[in-house]
Design a protein around this ligand. Structure first.
Ligand code: AMP
Ligand code: MG
Length: 468
């Protein structure tokens, strides 16, 4: 056990904490547990500026949890959740502590959380730590998602701890500084519903409404807003070939941000049944299941609001709007991706079916269409591509700006894995390059063209791991 260092640091993070002002049953006050030898791996100055803090406010001792900065009120939040369909009445931040909140120049309140910060009351069997690989995966993929225009938690920094964490083998330990509009989840509500704590549910619903959807009215308005935010979010994922991989209710944020980059992956070859997560044996969270699962999770949220609303019908009516909201957004996204003159659901559906049959690379297909490049070589049967293109030519809008919506670069699995394994050996060059390339995903970068291409047979990554 290492004693906390009493280093005097002139850090002036403009904390403005609100969650800690809720009653204690929402969290457990918990300081981060200090680590042996913190070293900075990555810091995100663009995000720092966006949220109104500076790099000077975040010396490595703060990022590692060895020094608790002035104004922080560290806590581990309580939440429950359905994991792969089974309810767990107590999960909670088992390896994360919320340092506090800051309100940015944009007026948005954000959480600053250290993930991998040591054991808490909610750690159950876990060690409260994170390994470097998963920390860098979350850093790269969450920042890529942001650059791709998807609502997401962000990565402010990553540090190594100088300690090893025991997984299948001992791995270098790390801490991620995560920034989110909040860490409230569907599971945050389920925690109090499971305890039949109506007062807590009222407090939480009002807190979440005021923080995220101030224009919404009451708990029903909150549900409506979350349904809308999630329908839009999942449609965005589908438009990028993103598979979350672990859509448990504790991993669905009330804010509508993507959260928890454990076993997530972007598809190379398009197929609706694609699953990467090594722990998703039934394919519950397969690519095409994501909208259904989102609705299932939202139904769990609705359930927790029954005691507040008093009747079920209006909550059901709110849930019933999900399918339309999602379908409208999905169609809008694919209409833009294909540069169609007007929405054409049948054409979109047929195109995706054809892509699955032909084993087409999802990202390259749309990128090449946007750049007027050939697509035949992406198909098993080139004549199918020619026939498809002839049909497409008849219904497309030649002046559509397809480059603005079809990325050139996505975080391809094989590149991520290569960057993480190099980093585990102390080599961060590939991590840096990937991060730079993915910061501008909608522009061709001829010097980095190798990051556009799908994996070769040998490079293909078949499974992703949670790393927990
Ligand atoms: P996750 O897969 O990261 O969403 O985690 C699911 C649950 O397990 C959450 O309650 C986490 O806090 C907890 N957990 C995951 N990994 C660890 C760990 N290494 N130590 C303690 N708790 C953990
Ligand atoms: Mg989680």
């Amino acid at each position: 056990m290492i004693a906390p260092k009493f280093v005097r640091l002139q850090v002036t993070i403009p904390f403005d904490n609100s969650f800690v002002n809720l009653p204690p049953r929402f969290y457990d006050r918990q300081n981060p547990v200090p680590v042996a030898a913190p070293a900075l791996v990555a810091f995100n100055p663009a995000l720092a500026a966006e949220i109104g803090v500076s790099a000077d406010d975040f010396p490595v001792e703060v990022l590692a949890g060895n020094v608790v900065p002035e104004g922080a009120a560290p806590l581990a939040a309580a939440y429950a959740g359905h994991q792969f369909g089974g309810f767990v009445p107590q999960l909670g931040d088992g390896r994360a502590v919320l340092l506090g909140e800051v309100v940015g120049p944009d007026g948005i309140r954000r959480d600053i959380q250290l993930k991998g910060a040591g054991r808490t009351r909610f750690s159950r069997g876990g060690d409260g730590r994170a390994a470097l690989g998963p920390v860098l995966r979350e850093y790269l993929v969450s920042e890529a998602m942001h650059a791709l225009g998807v609502p997401t938690t962000r990565a402010l920094a990553a540090v190594t701890t100088g300690e090893r964490v025991q997984r299948d083998t001992p791995l270098p330990g790390a801490v991620l500084t995560r920034v989110a509009q909040s860490h409230l989840r569907v599971g945050s509500f389920q925690f109090h519903y499971a305890r039949q704590d109506k007062a807590a549910l009222e407090t939480l619903a009002e807190y979440a409404r005021a923080r995220h959807y101030p224009e919404a009215q009451g708990p029903l308005g909150l549900l409506d807003a979350v349904v809308r935010a999630q329908a839009r979010l999942i449609a965005r994922w589908m438009g990028l070939g993103f598979i979350h991989g672990v859509m448990n209710t504790d991993n669905m944020a009330i804010s509508g941000e993507t959260i928890d980059y454990g076993p997530c992956a972007f598809m190379d070859t398009y197929h609706p049944e694609t699953v990467f997560s090594s722990i998703d044996r039934q394919g519950r969270y397969a690519f095409a299941n994501q909208p259904k699962i989102a609705l299932w999770n939202l139904a769990q949220l609705a359930q927790t609001l029954v005691p507040l609303v008093g009747e079920v019908a209006p909550l059901e009516a709110s849930l019933a709007r999900f399918d339309d909201l999602y379908a409208t957004e999905f169609t809008r996204i694919f209409t833009a991706k294909l540069g169609l003159a007007k929405p054409d659901v049948d054409f979109i559906t047929d195109t995706l079916k054809m892509m699955a049959n032909e084993g087409v690379d999802f990202t390259l297909f749309f990128k090449r269409l946007a750049y007027g490049q050939e697509i035949e070589s992406l198909f098993e049967t080139p004549s199918t591509a020619q026939d498809w293109r002839a049909n497409w030519d008849r219904i497309r809008l030649p002046e559509a700006d397809m480059k603005a919506v079809n990325p050139v670069f996505i975080p391809r699995n094989h590149r991520i894995e290569a960057a993480l394994s190099a980093a585990e050996h102390g080599e961060f060059a590939l991590f840096e390059t990937l991060h730079t390339v993915l910061a501008n995903p909608f522009s061709e970068q001829p010097e980095h063209a190798e990051f556009e291409t799908p994996p070769t047979e040998d490079e293909r990554v078949l499974a992703t791991f949670c790393g927990t």
